[in-house]
Design a protein around this ligand. Structure first.
Ligand code: M6R
Length: 569
């Protein structure tokens, strides 16, 4: 989380341009923001407001924050400054307490509660001992444990310095300027050339030159050309990016299906053969991508493939990995730190690592031996919608290569049909929006979907929602069912067990909403297979969650406490 950016330019630029670029990274965190341009330090709480400061400058660093250490206050906002040194930082310093104690003992006074301020106080202290910044940075990288992408400016020095370990950092090569940023969105409108930092590299940047170093040696790093559609800054006719992105599902789904038969055919076949070769296939992911992974594991399991899905943050605790294991990371951003850690663990244990990503050139794509793209296009809303649909469709495509029932080709059209259910779902949302608790039940493929619908409702409408296995209800949770409690039941093809679970809650007074395939369902999904039902019911859930959040007047695209890209553990 947190977005950082610096501009080093031949020609003067203003804070307006810097902040317009920083705004492109706001999805990474939006608690507070700030910048330093060599003349002025600004720190503010809340969303980035584009400054009218017209002062021309040639270098600046800036930051948009998702708070980890210390609350959302102006003091804790970045940049942090000590003496003549100013920094912005994305990541988490693990040994900050020890270093802070040491610096305090040497007389340093800290102004914030952040781990990041320890970096700037350390750099400043070392400078005060007469050391040069280019000698201090390698020492900083040896001394500090944890993750960082840090940008550093020193008063009177024309360079911007950058250092990276685990948190993402890229250098955009632009006409007359170099831009360092957490990801390529920050500069993808003006260049297609970038250099991606690898772990433990640091660099010295001027407007025209860059020098990369690692382990005391100068590196010869060359720019690579990236292809990525420019940022969708425009919501078009939609009031929210989330709604726009749901409405893109039919077209991006078609794009994915077509690419698996053309551009991505070879990679797709390679992934299929990796699965065939492996003794077991383990998907790992977080949040929504984990729910898509559960679908994938179930699809493959039904084809006789030994497949599992393990949540990334608990990966090491629940699975044995060896050289015969194929680990497939599933991630929209390609930057989720829990997933990166799970992959490092997998590699250390000899597994082959592949990935299914949305954002190209992301850290996870670059650490995989094979990567497929879901081609959902940029997802701006924090709640993942079209990415989930394409992740689940990629899973279905994989399963089809192992003989699973067909149906993928009809999906884009059926997704359009689901979007036309929006008025019904809006009415339902208006009825449900004042509830405090809500339960979503599913079985088989309906179970991951139940969890996904509940997650969508929680994250954007702040209503407590629990997605669970219908069969598990009677083992405890049914105690919470009383008159009027809403329960959404996902029932494919009149499934007797789900009917049973539904009756059990109805008998205890629940307000039951059936999303199913039979005519008596409250929301009827025209699915010809269980897999199709699972994917289409998820989109129904996205629309329902959206309208519940709308009725509750929530800030849908940027819910409280969240960020689009979760780059901390
Ligand atoms: O970028 P990733 O797919 O790795 O992100 C994983 C989760 O953080 C993400 O899916 C999150 O759960 C969404 N905000 C849910 O809508």
């Amino acid at each position: 989380m947190c977005g950082i950016i610096s501009i080093s330019s031949d020609k003067p630029f203003t804070s307006e341009e810097l902040l317009t670029r920083l705004k492109r990274l706001e999805y990474r965190g939006y608690d507070s923001w700030g910048y330093w341009n060599g003349k002025k330090l600004t720190k503010e709480i809340g969303r980035i407001t584009i400054s009218d400061d017209k002062e021309p400058v040639t270098q600046a660093i800036s930051h948009t924050r998702w708070a980890t250490h210390g609350g959302v206050t102006q003091e804790n906002a970045h940049p942090h400054r000590a003496g003549k040194v100013t920094i912005v930082h994305n990541g988490i310093i693990e040994n900050w307490r020890e270093i802070k104690k040491d610096l305090e003992a040497k007389g340093k006074t800290f102004l914030s509660e952040t781990d990041s301020e320890v970096i700037v106080q350390y750099l400043n202290h070392e400078r005060e001992q007469g050391k040069e910044i280019h000698n201090i940075i390698p020492a900083f990288m040896n001394t500090f444990k944890g993750t960082f992408a840090a940008l550093i400016m020193v008063d009177g020095d024309e360079n911007v310095y950058a250092a990276k370990r685990d948190s993402p950092l890229a250098l955009g090569i632009c006409d007359g300027r170099l831009i360092l940023a957490s990801d390529i969105y920050a500069f993808s409108d003006i260049t297609k050339q970038a250099i991606f930092f690898d772990n433990d590299e640091w660099a010295i940047i001027t407007p025209k030159t860059y020098m990369f170093y690692k382990d005391g040696k100068k590196l010869d790093k060359q720019p690579q050309t990236f292809e990525w559609e420019t940022l969708e800054e425009d919501k078009k006719e939609y009031p929210h990016f989330m709604l726009k992105e749901m409405h893109e599902e039919p077209s991006v789904n078609r794009r994915l299906i077509d690419s698996l038969a053309t551009d991505q055919k070879e990679s797709f076949e390679k992934l299929v053969s990796l699965i065939k070769k492996a003794r077991k296939t383990v998907f790992t992911a977080a949040g929504t991508a984990y729910h898509a992974s559960l679908l994938g594991a179930s699809f493959l399991h039904q084809c006789g493939v030994n497949a599992q899905a393990i949540i990334a943050s608990e990966f090491e605790n629940f699975i044995t990995i060896d050289k015969d294991t194929l680990v497939i990371a599933v991630t929209q951003s390609g930057e989720t730190m829990d997933v990166i850690e799970a992959l490092k663990y997998s590699k250390a244990n000899g597994a082959t690592v592949a990935s299914i990503v949305n954002v190209p050139y992301s850290s996870i794509e670059r650490m995989s031996s094979l990567s497929l793209q879901i081609l959902a296009g940029q997802e701006v809303a924090v709640a993942s919608t079209k990415a989930f649909t394409n992740q689940a469709s990629m899973m279905l495509a994989l399963a089809q290569a192992f003989g699973y029932e067909n149906g993928l080709d009809a999906l884009p059209k059926k997704l359009s049909g689901i979007l036309s259910l929006e008025p019904e779902l809006k009415t339902l949302a208006e009825e449900l929006h004042e509830q405090h608790d809500l339960y979503v039940l599913g079985r088989k493929l309906g179970y991951p979907v139940a969890r996904e619908i509940a997650l969508k409702i929680k994250e954007i409408s702040y209503v407590h929602a629990e997605g669970m296995m219908g069969g598990e209800l009677k083992h405890g949770t049914i105690a919470l069912i009383e008159d009027g409690v809403p329960v959404i039941s996902l029932i494919y093809d009149d499934d007797a067990k789900m009917r049973g679970s539904t009756q059990e809650v109805r008998a205890r007074g629940a307000r039951v909403v059936v999303i199913g395939t039979t005519k008596d369902a409250d929301i009827v999904i025209p699915a010809d297979s269980e897999a199709e039902f699972a994917i289409l019911a998820s989109t129904v859930g996205q629309l329902l969650a959206y309208h519940i959040a709308l009725a509750r007047n929530c800030p849908i695209d940027k819910p409280r406490n969240l960020a689009k890209s979760v780059t901390v553990l």
